[in-house]
Design a protein around this ligand. Structure first.
Ligand code: 1CP
Length: 354
């Protein structure tokens, strides 16, 4: 493997000194980029794009051609695991993800088996090794998975949800069944992330997008517990380097202390938390990633620069911060505005690392 030329993202996750704050964007490959829309049209459906190694590699690299980003993230989706479990993922035009066979009974859950990623998700694992090769050491590659709870919400609801009514009904009426589902998912996610690490992922992120809809105690029992189990099972080193893990619970700002106990090297923050207070609470134990409100990117470059400066200042001096949005970039953002954000991080952050 070629030498890694830019390791400030990996160093910041381990709270080692860096020359400036590293930056990447959740959903940095996606519909806000015209070149992504062209590759997507060429592939056919979204899943065709994920399954086409060459095109998946191409869209992963697209944002790096535009911007001085410090990391690449595998182009895929969190819902590949439920698809591999036989639920039949598809994307209805303009409607988001849907499953042909959502989980509707105890029997549906009882027959689920732990996914063997090298066999059942070979297209993702091939994409990881291809992207790693094509990156040629330019920046590190991030692998990812959804958290068991977040995957369970899509599998039970059959797609996106507003109120998570079916999941919450199961959680309170049949908690043992929910635990059975989450355990199969946790073992599948562990296998999936380890297969990505073996194929070349240099850091991994767990997306717990819907952890924040749980009650204070249910979050620990039904989401955090399973993420901690995954983190304990991950390969910790590859190619002579630590493979850091980032834990992102959207809406999880009040649980950072508990999240910092899981063994993750870094916590992702959404935009509702003050990053300075978060650092005071957990910064001695974990790095922090975030946390610009993605909607700031609707504003002009002056406002974007001010908001970036505010977050950099709130985190303050020293390593342990990876700049990011507080959630994924949305399709209507002008790519030049994303560029303004990245440029602001590059130019304004060096003074915090002297
Ligand atoms: O039409 C299209 O082109 C599909 C849009 C799209 C894209 C670009 C989907 C469908 N997924 C993706 C890629 C994707 N998804 C990545 C790629 C890497 C990157 O550049 O960041 C990643 C990391 C994801 C992860 C993902 N998928 C999450 C977790 C992160 C988050 O944003 O909260 C979730 C919840 C999903 C489910 C999903 N897949 C796609 C959509 C539109 C959604 C969200 C549905 C919902 O809001 O419930």
């Amino acid at each position: 493997m070629p030498q890694l030329k830019n390791d400030r993202f990996l160093r910041a996750l381990l709270r080692l000194p860096v020359d400036r704050t590293p930056v990447w964007m959740m959903r940095q490959a996606g519909r806000y980029l015209p070149e992504y829309r062209a590759s997507r049209a060429e592939a056919g459906s979204f899943m065709d794009l994920c399954r086409n190694t060459e095109l998946a590699c191409e869209v992963t690299l697209q944002p790096l051609q535009r911007y001085p980003l410090d990391a690449a993230i595998l182009f895929s989706d969190i819902l590949t695991i439920p698809d591999a479990m036989g639920l039949g993922l598809h994307f209805a035009e303009g409607e988001g993800p849907k499953f042909h066979k959502p989980l509707r009974s105890a029997a549906d859950i009882e027959k689920l088996e732990v996914v063997n990623s090298e066999r059942d998700l070979d297209y993702v694992i091939n994409a990881v090794s291809t992207i790693r090769r094509e990156l040629n050491g330019r920046v590190p590659l991030i692998g990812f998975s959804g958290s068991p709870w977040t995957l369970a919400t899509y599998m039970i609801e059959g797609g996106s949800s507003r109120d998570f009514a079916r999941c919450k009904e199961m959680l309170y009426k049949r908690p043992e069944l929910m635990h059975q589902l989450l355990a199969v998912l946790a073992d599948s996610v562990t296998d999936y992330l380890n297969a990505q690490i073996r194929a070349g992922a240099q850091a991994v992120q767990l997306f717990d997008t819907w952890g924040g809809v749980l009650s204070h105690s249910a979050y620990r029992e039904f989401s955090l517990h399973y993420m901690a189990r995954i983190l304990r099972g991950l390969i910790k080193e590859a190619g002579g380097r630590r493979v850091p893990a980032i834990l992102f619970t959207k809406g999880g700002g009040q649980w950072l202390e508990a999240m910092a106990e899981t063994g993750a090297e870094a916590l992702g923050l959404d935009w509702t938390t003050d990053i300075g207070s978060a650092r005071a609470r957990v910064g001695g134990r974990v790095a922090l990633q975030g946390n610009l409100d993605p909607s700031v990117l609707f504003a002009g470059s002056e406002r974007i620069r001010r908001e970036v400066a505010h977050i950099l200042g709130a985190f303050g001096h020293g390593s342990g911060h990876v700049f990011n949005l507080g959630h994924g970039i949305t399709p209507k953002i002008d790519p030049d505005h994303a560029g303004a954000m990245i440029e602001a991080v590059v130019t304004l952050s060096a003074k915090y690392h002297t």
